[in-house]
Design a protein. Structure first.
Length: 128
């Protein structure tokens, strides 16, 4: 992760699986585990300007923690077996503090997608 808060190598493009106004975080190539992506090398996407929620991928323990702490919910299709349980919907932030939590989840998703996530190095997701 760059110190300036950017995600190295990430391009913001139209999502490959959502509505036209959805912006995706996309890597040049998928280098992490298959369950670290929504489609292709897209590991997260932000729903339209009026929504603010995101779909992203998180490793199992981090996905469970985000859900448990009220920051996310499982993707509705995750329970059907059609998509992996690593895909969650993260609620749109309402203020600066919540934005920081959502940004930390995006950073974890990025680390998962780039195979740079260090086990045990991520902090617990704070409660809302």
């Amino acid at each position: 992760m760059a110190e300036d808060g950017r995600l190295p190598g990430v391009r913001t493009v139209r999502s490959g699986i959502s509505l036209p106004d959805t912006r995706a975080l996309h890597l040049p190539e998928a280098s992490g585990p298959a369950n670290a992506y929504l489609i292709g090398a897209e590991f997260a996407h932000l729903h339209g300007a009026r929504d603010g929620s995101l779909h992203l991928t998180l490793p199992g323990a981090e996905a469970s923690r985000a859900i448990e702490h009220g920051w996310a919910e499982p993707h509705p299709l995750a329970g059907t077996g059609l998509i992996p349980p690593t895909i969650v919907m993260v609620y749109g932030p309402r203020d600066r503090e919540e934005l920081e939590v959502v940004w930390s989840l995006v950073q974890t998703s990025y680390a998962y997608a780039t195979a740079t996530l260090r086990s045990g190095s991520e902090e617990s997701v704070p409660r809302p």
